[in-house]
Design a binder for this molecule. Structure first.
Ligand code: GRF
Length: 224
C-alpha cells in the first residue's frame, strides 16, 4: 500500500483590489506539479474583484473590512484571527493595501511575502511608476520580498526588470511591470513551498546559501 502523500503547504492570499496577481497564483496552482494549495483569500474591501476570482476558483474567502475597526491594532487582530482559522504555512500579500502593525508582521515572520512594483530598495511606498519616470530611470521593475517590520523593506528574494521607453507613461509602465509580476510571483511562491527560501536575520537563504543579490528574471533558475 502506498503511503499518503505529504500534505502540501497551505497558502493564504490577502488582496485589496483587482487581484491579477492572485489570478496568476491560482493559474499556477492548477499546474499538476505545483507544490502548494491556496486555501483561502482574504480582503479588506468587500467589493474587491479578487473575491470573485477566488469564488470562481472555489477557494474559501473572508472579508475583514478595515472600516469596521477603530484602530489598526483591532483590525490586525481580527485579520489574524481569520488567518489562524485557515492555518496557513505561507501568507501572500498580493496588492493588499493596508499597513500592518509590528506585532502582526512579527507573528508571521518568515512566512509572509509581498510583491512591490519597483526595484527595491528604490521607491518604497506608492506611485512607484510615476517616481521612476520623474527620476529619468531607464530601468524599472518589480520585487518580491519577505515582509518585515519596515514597510517594503524586507530582504528581497527576486526581481524582474522592464525597460523604460521615452514614450512610457505611468499607465504603460504599470502594464509592463504587471506582466512581469504575474511571472515572478508564482515562481517565488513555488520556491517557498518547495522549502528553498528562508528568511534569516536580515537576509534570504536560497537552497541553504546566503542570497547575495536578488534572483533575477531572466535567470536559468528563475525561468526553469
Ligand atoms: C501590484 O502592482 C503589486 O505590485 C502591488 O499592488 C498591485 C496589485 O495588483 N503591490 P493586482 O490586484 O494583483 O492586480
Amino acid at each position: 500500500m502506498n503511503a499518503d502523500p505529504a500534505p502540501q503547504p497551505r497558502i493564504l492570499v490577502l488582496a485589496s483590489g483587482s487581484g491579477t496577481n492572485l489570478q496568476a497564483l491560482i493559474d499556477a496552482s492548477r499546474e499538476r506539479d505545483f507544490p502548494g494549495q491556496i486555501v483561502a483569500v482574504g480582503c479588506n474591501r468587500p467589493q474587491a474583484f479578487a473575491l470573485e476570482r477566488a469564488a470562481q476558483a472555489n477557494i474559501d474567502t473572508f472579508i475583514v473590512n478595515h472600516q469596521d475597526y477603530g484602530s489598526r491594532e483591532e483590525f490586525d487582530g481580527a485579520l489574524m484571527a481569520e488567518i489562524r482559522r485557515h492555518n496557513p504555512d505561507l501568507v501572500v500579500l498580493a496588492g493588499f493595501m493596508r499597513i500592518l502593525t509590528t506585532d502582526f508582521v512579527r507573528a508571521l515572520r518568515g512566512t509572509m511575502l509581498n510583491i512591490h512594483p519597483s526595484l527595491l530598495p528604490k521607491y518604497t511606498g506608492l506611485n512607484t511608476h510615476q517616481r521612476a519616470l520623474e527620476a529619468g530611470d531607464k530601468v524599472h521593475g518589480v520585487s518580491v520580498h519577505f515582509v518585515t517590520e519596515e514597510l517594503d523593506g524586507g530582504p528581497v528574494i527576486a526581481q524582474a526588470e522592464v525597460t523604460i521607453d521615452p514614450d512610457d507613461t505611468p499607465e504603460s509602465l504599470a502594464e509592463k511591470v504587471q506582466e512581469k509580476e504575474h511571472l515572478l510571483y508564482p515562481i517565488v511562491v513555488r520556491w517557498f513551498c518547495e522549502g528553498r527560501i528562508h528568511l534569516g536575520t536580515d537576509y534570504v537563504l536560497f537552497d541553504g546559501e546566503l542570497l547575495k543579490q536578488p534572483m533575477r528574471l531572466p535567470d536559468e533558475r528563475v525561468t526553469h
